[in-house]
Design a protein around this ligand. Structure first.
Ligand code: ATP
Ligand code: MG
Length: 352
């Protein structure tokens, strides 16, 4: 038998942690590289390097120590990925480049003829005035480094233009606030042979711009489900992406719009650990290892709840049972708005 593959993961948060847990089950060794000692993933990886992303020598050593490198979040500096041989990096640099900047992401959607919310680049006061008079309620979003609603400000025609807004010029977009019916996401995976498969759709509820609940599977009328999959397939294929990619959607009265592309495993796919025959984490590690992916089967209807900030205190000493699965992220510090763990309730067992 071949020796075990060794896969390096850039980023050591809870997504990295669950990638490491899945890897253990399928016989893959993991090496986490992340700049933060308080890293959920370090408790489960075979190796852990705590160094800065821009430390060239350490990135090269890391790259030499593994067979393949993947990433668990999109805010890794592009310079870091440029130090890694293209053949070793899955997904490739294109997936990160096209999605870590909201303006470039929207241009990609435009190129692919995929619907998204009306927006404008925010470069001067005129852009601001134009947007609030044409969009009504709007959201200013920083182009880069936003997550969990960070870097977003809600504005409308009553908002006074001031320094807080002008300080965001040349690094933000301003987008129409969409009166959506609900939000949902499509988690999909592409293998090195170009095969794409889709997990069941998930309905998502955000509180204070942070994902709070996911319900799966979501039942959408057949033509819309087909359309969401077609959109996701277009994106994942255009990027030559290898591994899991997630598309977040708004369902409006008339249509569906893409809100965001995440070139990685996603919080709205956590339920697949218990809900499917293979989780988003396993199939990601298999896909980046070069294994042909088999379509996972839906096993259970699930409801995932994020534990945010001090909500974790109610669950630290509890044990999972047949109804609820408790996932703790082992973060040292509890902060307001920080994802500390999640619960997955199995609603209907063996629905298929
Ligand atoms: P995350 O990391 O959770 O994906 P993020 O910081 O990348 O968040 P977005 O996904 O753009 O930011 O926005 C977070 C949430 O804010 C959305 O899921 C949605 O609930 C709300 N939101 C964002 N843009 C809009 C919009 N144009 N209209 C209405 N609601 C919006
Ligand atoms: Mg989002």
């Amino acid at each position: 038998m071949n020796r075990e593959l060794s896969i390096g993961i850039l980023g050591g948060g809870q997504l990295g942690m669950m990638l490491c847990q899945a890897s253990k089950e399928i016989g893959i060794n993991t090496h986490i590289y992340c700049p933060d000692e308080d890293s959920p993933a370090k408790h489960y990886s075979n190796k852990f390097t705590c160094k800065d992303y821009l430390n060239e020598k350490e990135i090269i050593n890391f790259s030499n120590s593994v067979d393949i490198i993947t990433y668990e979040f999109e805010n890794i500096p592009k310079e870091t990925l440029e130090l890694i041989n293209d053949n070793k990096l899955r997904p490739g640099i294109k997936s990160l480049e096209q999605t870590q900047d909201r303006l470039i992401e929207r241009k990609l959607l435009e190129k692919l003829n995929i619907p998204y919310a009306p927006y404008k680049e925010l470069n001067d006061e005129e852009d601001f005035n134009y947007s609030i008079s044409n969009f009504g309620d709007a959201i200013i979003k920083t182009r880069r480094f936003g997550y969990d609603g960070k870097g977003q400000i809600s504005v409308n025609q009553k908002t006074n233009f001031d320094k807080n807004i002008s300080s965001l010029f040349n690094q933000s977009i301003i987008e129409k606030k969409i009166p959506f019916e609900f939000e949902f996401s499509q988690v999909s995976c592409r293998d090195i042979f170009g095969n794409v498969f889709h997990f069941p759709l998930t309905r998502n509820i955000h509180e204070n711009h942070i994902l709070k609940h996911s319900y799966a599977p979501l039942d959408l009328p057949n033509d819309l489900e087909e359309y969401a999959r077609e959109i996701t397939k277009k994106i994942i294929s255009d990027l030559d992406h290898v591994g899991v990619l997630t598309v977040e959607f708004f369902k409006t009265k008339e249509n569906i719009l893409v809100n965001e592309i995440a070139p990685r495993v996603h919080n709205s796919g956590h339920w697949t650990i218990e809900g499917c025959s293979s989780s988003q984490f396993k199939v990601h590690m298999q896909a980046v290892s070069g294994i042909k992916i088999i379509q996972p089967k839906l096993l259970n209807e699930c409801h995932m709840v994020n534990l945010i900030g001090d909500e974790i205190n109610d669950w630290i000493n509890k044990k999972s049972d047949s109804d609820v699965n408790i996932h703790l992220y082992h973060k040292n510090e509890i902060k307001n708005g920080r994802k500390m763990g999640h619960l997955t309730y199995i609603k209907d067992k063996n629905i298929l």
